[in-house]
Ligand binder design. Structure first.
Ligand SMILES: Nc1ncnc2c1ncn2[C@@H]1O[C@H](COP(=O)(O)OP(=O)(O)OP(=O)(O)O)[C@@H](O)[C@H]1O
Length: 808
């Protein structure tokens, strides 16, 4: 029913309405109030309002107080808001309020309030109901009662005198819960205004740069259910496969935008924009915080929410926490980066924390929150890198982030390059280079590339991105060059020509310090550093301004000193690899420490969490097993020790040392690639010959080989794929991985079938595979975000070579 219709109907029913149309402002809650008022008005024989005279006896609203006294006493939890409003409107005085508040229990206070309003008359009683109705957030327990009354009201409605005087006196919400919600919104609004990973000096508002990324809905068995159309669908019902579970699980590769997506959700909530769910409280956490506590540390749920998130001011009666416990469904949590603490979870022997008062290690609280054992009914959104396992029974629905679509990438280019001339130039370069587009479909890499391009173009005449293959390492080298080139005095003249070796040599001390810090962190699994750790690595106050590190807010509100983290974990991985190359005390064997660490199962730090979580299964002795920050370090090591980085590195490290380290890496890679490929499951079929089914970590191997840019290692790898058919479905292969596959297949002598179903190859990936299509007898590319433009590429190539017998 529209507001206008209900307003008319109200006038028809209540013939005696005395106020004018203009005097009443009808909100939707106002209409609900009228329905309620109409219901109760059946018994109201009004003779004229008289504020505070007590002339109404026990009829109408006064009678309602008597009849529903028990319910009101039980369900009204906040007395301060009622007294504040009664006092403001003159229905009670300060002394009345003081006497009422002196009663020891809340229920006694409510009883006294009921007596007071009854003694003041009909209008005071009506105003009491008006407060209870209008301050919906405060008296949430009464909502069902109000709606029942309003519904039954249709049958009983008779005449109701206008009580415009009551409605004209607005209700002011003074309760601690609403104040806390406002504080939460305010803080979250402030925290989410800028994109967090930008250096302090160049904060960019989220709203200026946020660009939609592709969100793919996955089923229980990770099968694709199509793309989500918007953020409101993320928290909605679509794709829920386990209605009993409460956690929405979002996965995605490093830098694909998981944290930014959560930041966008938080920012929408802070601005009261629709989210697809009704959440009164929003608590955001980063998972790494939970592992940062000492092993013996124990805290309660209350501390977790209030001390480590947002503190409720002036809540003497602990109403906020009480409300949260009574209405967990009004709470939304986001936990970002579960992959960073996964190693700390041991699937077995986990004590349960079901009491909100019980103290436990924060990791244990997290596990119990996610599984719904603690604060059952609350909603949770958990993010993690692709490949992180969480048992299906705690997952409500699954979403995989797939990065920028080609259209989003265009929008992002336009946001970065406001000048048309620059924009067109960048688009031209992207259109000509599908591998660059693949890297740019990952927002983090896109940001680094665009930032470096902008900066270096402002410094050097005619700077262009390299035409030849851009690797992950070259992207991070560009970023480091930009940061190391940051100087306090702006350059007036463009320096020409550009010489990266000079920039790195000038910045060798800074780089050395930061690289050491990164490596120490990597060795201990530490991503957040205190001032002492930073200083002990020789990183000065001035170095902190360069952009590699940023201060971490929010970790500690108890006056503890500032903490720092690297701009992104992948940057820490890159610098850790740099440290292994730079440090002459690390011998050729020593550079392999993270490869070997990946080979061995890590002992969890805490043997306490997650009967519900974990589920990653036993880890073998494969150096390409998932452990992403270490995998990235290995990948960057391959890139830094590649021939293409030699010229730059030789300005920092003695060439002989570099050569020894390169040889050690190459022989290790050749050995372990062979072992890895030998260990893959294979079987022989009549139709397709011998078939090998690769595992997702096969991609890490391909990426490392690609990063070395070494033909000899690519040859060893190609020889190792001795099968006729290679099955790479469900490996989370991205478009950038197609360049790596291409690099290896280039060295493959024989033809083979390649099944790449159910990955994230996209149109950019297909373009990169173009060169290898002449070697493929079977090409399977189902469920890969491929559009008609790829079909054209495929058709052209297949007609040209005529070797494909099966196209999926
Ligand atoms: N939707 C987006 N719009 C614009 N920029 C984005 C978007 N998503 C990510 N970015 C850029 O990429 C950077 C990295 O994103 P983010 O930290 O969210 O990645 P992530 O998936 O959480 O990575 P990780 O798994 O490594 O923590 C951001 O700091 C931002 O610059």
């Amino acid at each position: 029913m529209s507001v206008e219709t209900s307003r008319k109907r109200y006038y028809t029913i209540c013939g005696q309405v005395s106020c004018s149309d203009q005097n009443l402002s009808f909100t939707s809650s106002g209409v609900a109030w009228l329905q309620f008022a109409r219901w109760q008005g059946a018994d109201w024989r009004a003779e004229g309002p008289c504020r505070g005279t007590g002339a109404w006896g026990v009829r109408g609203y006064s009678r309602l107080v008597t009849v529903h006294r028990e319910q009101l006493v039980a369900q009204v939890k906040n007395t301060q808001c009622i007294l504040d409003n009664l006092q403001r409107t003159g229905y009670c005085c300060a002394e009345d309020a003081e006497i009422i508040l002196r009663s020891a229990t809340k229920t006694d206070q409510v009883r006294k309030i009921l007596e007071l309003v009854q003694s003041k008359g009909q209008e005071a009683s009506e105003y009491l109901f008006y407060i209870l109705h209008e301050a919906q957030d405060v008296f949430i327990d009464l909502r069902p009662w109000f709606s029942t009354r309003a519904n039954t009201g249709d049958q009983h409605s008779t005449s109701l005198p206008a009580k415009a005087s009551v409605q004209k006196t607005p209700v002011i919400n003074t309760d601690p819960i609403s104040k806390y919600c406002n504080k939460l919104r305010r803080e979250l609004g402030q925290d989410t205004r800028f994109i967090a990973s930008y250096a302090q000096k160049e904060e960019v508002p989220l709203e200026d740069m946020y660009t939609d990324t592709q969100m793919e809905l996955l089923g229980e068995r990770n099968e694709s259910l199509g793309l989500l159309q918007g953020l409101d669908e993320l928290l909605g019902q679509r794709g829920v496969f386990n209605a009993h579970a409460e956690t929405i699980f979002i996965t995605g590769d490093a830098g694909v935008g998981k944290s930014i997506l959560l930041q966008k959700l938080q920012s929408l909530w802070a601005r009261r924009e629709p989210l697809g769910v009704d959440a009164k409280f929003f608590f955001k956490f980063r998972c790494r915080m939970f592992a940062a506590f000492r092993e013996a540390c124990e805290i309660s749920l209350r501390d977790l929410l209030f001390k480590h998130n947002c503190f409720p001011d002036l809540d003497v009666d602990d109403e906020v926490f009480g409300f949260i416990l009574r209405h967990p469904e009004t709470v939304l949590f986001t936990f970002d980066g579960y992959d960073e603490i996964q190693a700390a979870f041991e699937p077995d022997s986990v004590p349960e924390v079901v009491s909100p008062e019980e103290k436990a290690h924060p990791l244990m609280l997290l596990a119990n929150l996610l599984s719904g054992k603690l604060l059952a009914g609350s909603r949770k959104v958990l993010t993690a890198r692709t490949g992180t396992e969480v048992q299906s029974r705690v997952i409500r629905k699954r979403v995989a982030l797939r990065g920028f679509s080609p259209e989003s990438l265009r929008r992002y280019v336009a946001l970065h390059f406001q000048e048309r001339e620059h924009r067109d130039l960048v688009m031209e370069q992207l259109d000509a280079n599908p591998h660059l587009c693949s890297l740019c479909s990952i927002p983090l890499f896109c940001w680094i590339i665009f930032k470096s391009l902008k900066h270096l173009r402002s410094m050097y005449e005619g700077f262009e991105l390299p035409d030849t293959c851009v690797t992950f390492t070259s992207v991070f080298l560009l970023l480091s060059e930009v940061f190391l080139g940051h100087s306090s005095a702006p350059r007036l003249l463009k320096r020409s020509p550009r010489c990266p070796s000079d920039t790195f040599r000038d910045g060798a001390r800074v780089l050395g310090g930061l690289a050491k810090l990164a490596q120490l962190g990597m060795e201990k699994g530490v991503f957040v550093f205190d001032q002492d750790q930073v200083t002990s690595c020789g990183v000065t106050e001035e170095d902190l301004q360069r952009g590699f590190l940023r201060p971490v807010s929010h970790y500690d509100r108890c006056g503890n000193p500032a903490m720092f983290e690297f701009l992104h974990v992948t940057l820490q991985s890159f610098l850790a690899a740099f440290s292994l190359v730079l440090d002459e005390t690390v011998g050729p064997g020593g550079i392999l420490k993270f490869f070997t660490e990946c080979e061995h199962r890590k002992t969890p730090r805490f043997q306490l969490c997650g009967p519900c979580l974990g589920g990653s299964g036993p880890r073998g002795k494969d150096p390409f097993q998932t452990n992403e920050h270490l995998q990235f370090t290995n990948l960057f090591l391959c890139g830094l020790l590649s021939k293409s980085s030699a010229a730059l590195l030789e300005s920092l490290v003695p060439p002989a040392s570099l050569r020894r380290k390169r040889e050690a890496l190459k022989s290790y890679l050749a050995r372990s690639v062979k072992a890895h490929l030998r260990g893959l499951p294979r079987h022989v079929t009549d139709s397709e010959g011998s078939k090998v089914h690769v595992l997702p970590n096969f991609l890490w191997m391909l990426r490392c080989v690609f990063e070395t840019r070494s033909d000899s290692i690519a040859r060893v790898t190609a020889r190792g794929i001795s099968a006729d058919y290679i099955k790479m479905s469900y490996c989370n292969m991205s478009s950038a991985d197609c360049s790596a596959l291409n690099f290896v297949l280039h060295q493959h002598r024989r033809r083979l079938g390649v099944d790449m179903d159910n990955n994230n190859i996209g149109d950019y990936g297909v373009k990169q595979l173009q060169l290898s299509l002449s070697k493929m007898t079977v090409v399977r590319l189902c469920v890969n975000q491929i559009t008609d433009s790829s079909v054209e590429v495929l058709a052209e190539e297949l007609v040209k070579h005529r070797v494909v017998t099966v196209l999926g």
